[in-house]
Design a protein around this ligand. Structure first.
Ligand code: T46
Length: 137
């Protein structure tokens, strides 16, 4: 059994006359203690980012602007696709989860991560992920 991805719906305060405000309160709204945020932008629509898993890092991925298509394969071999098309919608990405992302024009992706950046936490070779997956089965 592995941790599974799931979507989070964040508060959306306001209305169409004044606009909206969404919140991620680090005190009690996340399944992990955050250590880092980063964001990506200006990604051409033809590009697929990600193509990796993490040994330990847990993340929440949000499309604060535009649309992001997230494809996920868990270490159990389960496949998930999420279309993030609302600024108050996020997806939880557990450790040992292969993920790829594609972006609409001008999409801005915000990620909240449980670890500081460490390249040794990445599994960037899909055959290595497959080997771990087989051992896990
Ligand atoms: C992930 C997805 C959702 C750093 O130096 N520090 C950092 O904190 C990060 C996140 C990246 N980098 C460097 C590593 C590479 O040289 O930035 C460069 C681009 O990173 P990468 O090719 O991994 O970018 P994405 O968009 O494929 O993946 C990123 C995160 O790296 C990854 O953890 O889960 O977003």
């Amino acid at each position: 059994m592995c941790q599974k991805p799931y979507t989070l719906e964040l508060p959306m305060l306001g209305d169409s006359s004044i606009g909206y405000l969404s919140i991620v309160d680090f005190k009690d709204m996340l399944p992990f203690e955050p250590l880092r945020i980063y964001w990506t932008y200006f990604t051409p629509e033809s590009i697929v980012r990600g193509r990796h898993a993490h040994h330990k890092t847990e993340q929440i991925l949000l499309a604060v602007s535009g649309i992001i298509l997230v494809n996920i394969e868990t270490i159990d071999g389960e496949l998930y696709t999420y279309k993030l098309d609302k600024p108050n919608m996020g997806v939880y990405i557990p450790p040992l989860t292969w993920h790829t992302m594609q972006y609409s024009h001008a999409a801005v992706q915000l990620i909240i991560a449980s670890t500081s950046y460490d390249e040794s936490d990445y599994i960037r070779d899909y055959t290595v992920f497959e080997t771990i997956k087989k051992k896990h089965a």
